[in-house]
Write a protein that binds this ligand. Structure first.
Ligand code: FES
Length: 175
C-alpha cells in the first residue's frame, strides 16, 4: 500500500475553542492578540488554526496572511528548538549586529526568518532589546546574551547545540 512520504503532523485543535470563547464581540480587531495566543500554544501558526480564525473572524486569506507577513515574529512554519533574536536596534547595529548575522549565516546557513536544517535554530532580528549598554545583544530562547561578537556568538550557539546533542530523547506525552 502506498502512503505519502511526508506525513502531516496532526494538530490538536482543542485549545482553539478556549481562544474563540474568550473573544469579545468586535473580535476582528483582536486578530493580532488572537494570533499571538495561538503562537504561544503551538509555537507557530499552524494552517488548520488559521483556517479556523479566518472562518470565525470572517477574515479573508489575503488579509490574514497580509497581517502575518507584516509581523516577522509571527511564524507560519514551526521554528527550530531555539529562536535567536538578534538585536538590530541602532546601538547593536552600529556595534556589528549585521556581521554577527553574516557569521551565523556562514555557519548555519540561515538568514532572518529561516530555520537551519537540523531544526535547532531559527534566526530572527529584533528591534532594541532594551539593554543597549551591552550591545550587541541577542536573545536565545529566554536567555539574554550581551557584548557578543561573531566568534562569541558561534561559541554560544555551539553550547546550545552540544546541550541538544547530550539531551536524552523524550517522547512528548499527549493527553
Ligand atoms: S539597540 Fe540592541 S539592545 Fe538596544
Amino acid at each position: 500500500m502506498e502512503t505519502n512520504d511526508v506525513e502531516e503532523e496532526v494538530i490538536d485543535l482543542a485549545p482553539m475553542e478556549a481562544i474563540f470563547e474568550n473573544l469579545p464581540d468586535d473580535s476582528r480587531s483582536h486578530l493580532i492578540p488572537t494570533l499571538q495566543k495561538i503562537q504561544n500554544i503551538y509555537r507557530f501558526l499552524p494552517a488548520p488554526c488559521l483556517e479556523q480564525v479566518m472562518e470565525f473572524l470572517n477574515i479573508s486569506r489575503a488579509e490574514i496572511y497580509g497581517v502575518i507577513s507584516f509581523y516577522p515574529q509571527l511564524l507560519i512554519t514551526e521554528p527550530g528548538k531555539h529562536i535567536i533574536k538578534l538585536c538590530y536596534g541602532t546601538a547593536c547595529f552600529v556595534k556589528g549586529a549585521s556581521i554577527i548575522n553574516d557569521k551565523i549565516h556562514d555557519r548555519y546557513h540561515i538568514r532572518p526568518g529561516e530555520t537551519d536544517d537540523s531544526k535547532l535554530f531559527t534566526l530572527q532580528t529584533a528591534s532594541c532589546l532594551g539593554n543597549c549598554g551591552a550591545a550587541p545583544m541577542a536573545l536565545i530562547g529566554d536567555d539574554t546574551h550581551g557584548n557578543i561578537d561573531p566568534e562569541k556568538t558561534l561559541d554560544i550557539l555551539g553550547e546550545y547545540k552540544l546541550d541538544n546533542a547530550e539531551a536524552p530523547e523524550t517522547e512528548e506525552a499527549t493527553a
